[in-house]
Design a protein around this ligand. Structure first.
Ligand code: GDP
Ligand code: IMO
Ligand code: MG
Length: 429
């Protein structure tokens, strides 16, 4: 298998983990490169359902290395809970200790990052982003403002002490005077860091430079994205986005192995669309059709349990995703969810409600999105159960027509079709 990056191509929750888990079978090394425990990644394997947040979705296989890369942010208590949860499902802790590696360069989410996330969301009121309140934005903010803690900091008491002295005075001012939150003493931060050190210690790979050189030269690599292109901090529906780069290019930065290691970029699209949190969603259906999609698709967040907003496939934003996401092929998931729809719609353009102008360009200023309505093409549904189809040829004619149309609109090939959550419910084209 070529080195592959799997990214979400819509608003997250496209079924990336299912695709990663499948491709992981043929990879040696699976790495996350951005995001944190805001992600909720479901894998169904051997009849069991697992929810991953930070741990790469390749962890269920023996003899593979799974890495949480430098571009990720880690909330150690969340990781600890995630490990305990999968151990309670029968994965051995010895296996996790052998397989899971953490980059010393990944960023640490401190308690105050979560407090700031919660405070900011409340303060924004009706303009809130709808974050997962996992402290993701404030952690990345501190990283880019050069006042964050990295995993390696936890393991050197002397430099940690110096770093706390540099970071704490300004952070306390911010906590107290901007947010009205509790300031920290140096001792408290030290204790928090020590607690995190103990959680992370078994997994941190201090020999990562040698190890990644070996992997880069001799092994097959799978890069696992979190979130999705339309949540990218540079290209998504800003400011209703996450704070990292879920595009394929993000892997070149966040996995510490550069651009040349990536051969293919698979964009995972749902056969319709969903979004959790706030922000524009031009093809959103707030009617019974949207509810039907939510119910059949089981569209509730893995991390927060929030109901996902549902709508038809938006080919305008999808084409934009192919471009800015750097996608080379498509994995289309949840096609089976459309089994009982007489009609299926796809937005192929937007109409400006004020001027009547039709556009196929994605309008990047989301504050103008209320001016647009989708221009739909309608396709006949197949009205039959496709969840047991094993090959492209077994799919009903109307499903094939729908797939062909999507390929035509996106300009790249659909190479994987998913017709159910299980590993077996997958068609490789
Ligand atoms: P991710 O964040 O992109 O990994 O996706 P999530 O795990 O948040 O959400 C995808 C959901 O859809 C999970 O419950 C998956 O088990 C499920 N799923 C994935 N592929 C399919 C599919 O082809 N059909 C159906 N019905 N469910 C799927
Ligand atoms: P996976 O990897 C769907 C959304 C949040 C919010 C915005 C910012 O499972 O696809 P954040 O907590 O990141 O600051 O929230 O991004 N969001 C996701 N939506 N799937 C995810 O991850 C998401 N991670 C963040 O709902 O709108
Ligand atoms: Mg998810």
């Amino acid at each position: 298998m070529q080195n592959t990056v799997v990214v979400g191509a819509q608003f997250g929750d496209e079924g990336k983990a299912k695709i990663t888990d499948l491709l992981a079978m043929k990879a040696d090394f699976i790495t996350r490169f951005q995001g944190g425990s805001n992600a909720g990644h479901t894998v169904v394997a051997n009849g069991k359902k697992y929810a991953f947040h930070l741990i790469p979705s390749g962890i269920l296989y023996e003899n593979k290395i799974c890495m949480i890369g430098a571009g990720c942010v880690i909330k150690p208590d969340d990781l600890d809970k995630e490990i305990k949860d999968i151990v309670s499902q029968g994965v051995s802790i010895e296996h996790i200790k052998k397989s899971l590696k953490i980059s010393p360069l990944a960023s640490i989410t401190m308690k105050y990052h979560c407090d700031i996330d919660g405070y900011s969301e409340n303060a924004l009121g009706s303009n809130k982003i709808g974050t997962t309140k996992k402290g993701i934005g404030p952690t990345y903010t501190d990283k880019y403002r050069r006042s964050g803690f990295k995993v390696e900091d936890l393991f050197n008491k002397e430099t940690l002490s110096k770093k706390i002295d540099i970071i704490l005075p300004l952070k306390n001012k911010e906590l107290e005077f901007v947010y009205g939150l509790k300031p920290y003493t140096k001792e408290e931060l030290f204790d928090e860091c020590e607690h995190y050190r103990k959680i992370l210690a078994p997994y941190v790979d201090f020999n990562w430079q040698d190890n990644l050189n070996e992997i880069k030269n001799n092994k097959t690599i799978l890069f696992e994205g979190a979130q999705g292109v339309m949540l990218d901090v540079d290209y998504g529906t800003y400011p209703y986005v996450t704070s990292s780069n879920p595009i394929a290019g993000g892997a070149a930065v966040g996995a510490s192995m550069g651009v040349k290691t990536i051969d293919r970029a698979i964009g995972v699209f749902k056969a319709y669309m969903t979004r959790v949190g706030e922000g524009a969603f031009i093809t959103e259906l707030t009617n019974s059709t949207g509810e039907k999609l939510r119910e059949i698709g089981g569209e509730f967040g893995v991390t927060t349990g929030r109901p996902r907003r549902c709508g038809w496939f938006d080919a305008v934003s999808a084409k934009y995703s192919v471009l800015v996401g750097g996608l080379t092929e498509v994995a289309l998931t949840k096609l089976d969810v459309l089994d009982n729809f007489e009609e299926i719609k796809v937005a192929t353009a937007y109409k400006n409600k004020n001027t009547g102008e039709i556009t196929k360009q994605y309008p990047t200023n989301v504050f103008t999105h209320s001016e647009f309505e989708p221009v739909y093409e309608t396709y006949k549904g197949w009205m039959s159960d496709i969840s047991k189809c094993k090959s492209y040829n077994e799919l009903p004619q109307n499903a094939k027509i729908y797939l062909k149309k999507l390929e035509e609109l996106l300009g790249i090939k659909i190479t994987i079709i998913s017709v159910g959550p299980d590993r077996e419910q997958t068609i490789f084209v």
